[in-house]
Design a binder for this molecule. Sequence first.
Ligand code: FE
Length: 190
Amino acid sequence: MRDGKLLTFIKSLNQLINELATEEIIFVKGKQLLEQLIQNDDWLPEELCKPHPEHYQQYLLYADPLDRFSVVSFVWGPGQKTPIHNHTVWGMVGQLRGQEKETQYHLQKDGSYQAGEESIFLPGQVARVSPSTHDIHVVANNLSDKPSISIHVYGGNIGRIQRAVFHPETGLEKPFISGYANAFVPNLWH
Ligand code: FE
C-alpha cells in the first residue's frame, strides 16, 4: 500500500531532521515538503478540521518522540485570532483552507509592542517564524464567514514548550503552554 500524504511528509521531514539540517536548510527543503503536503486538501481527518465557537483550535497531528519537531493543524472559526505571542523555535505555517492574516509585532524602546508588516496567506502558501529573525506576531482568520485551516510545523513539541503572550501597551509578558485540543492523534496508516 502507498503511504498516505501525511505519513509521506512526516517520513521526509524526519529524514531531514536526522541529517541534522540547519534552520536555513529546513526553511528551504522542509518548506518544499510542506508545500507538497498542502497542495491537496483531501487528507486531513474531519475531526481535526473542526472549529470551536469561541477560540481557535490547535490539533496535534504528529509529535516526534524526541521533541525535535511537531506537526499541528490550526483551525480558525470566522473572525478568531491569537493574542501577540512568540514561539521560541522555528516554525512553518502552510495554508490549507481559507485565508490567514499575519501581523508582525516589534518591541519598542518604551516596552510596548507595535504592529508592523502584514501578510495574507492563501491556500498553498507557507509562512515562517524564527527566533533569530521574527518570532512575535498575531495571526487571524482573514475570513469573517468561513473557517480557515493551516498546517504548522515547529522545531520542537509546540504544545509542551513554555512561551509567552505579550500585552501590546505595557509589553507585559505572560508565560503559557498551549497544549493540544485533541485527545487522540490521527492514524497515519489508515
Ligand atoms: Fe504563531
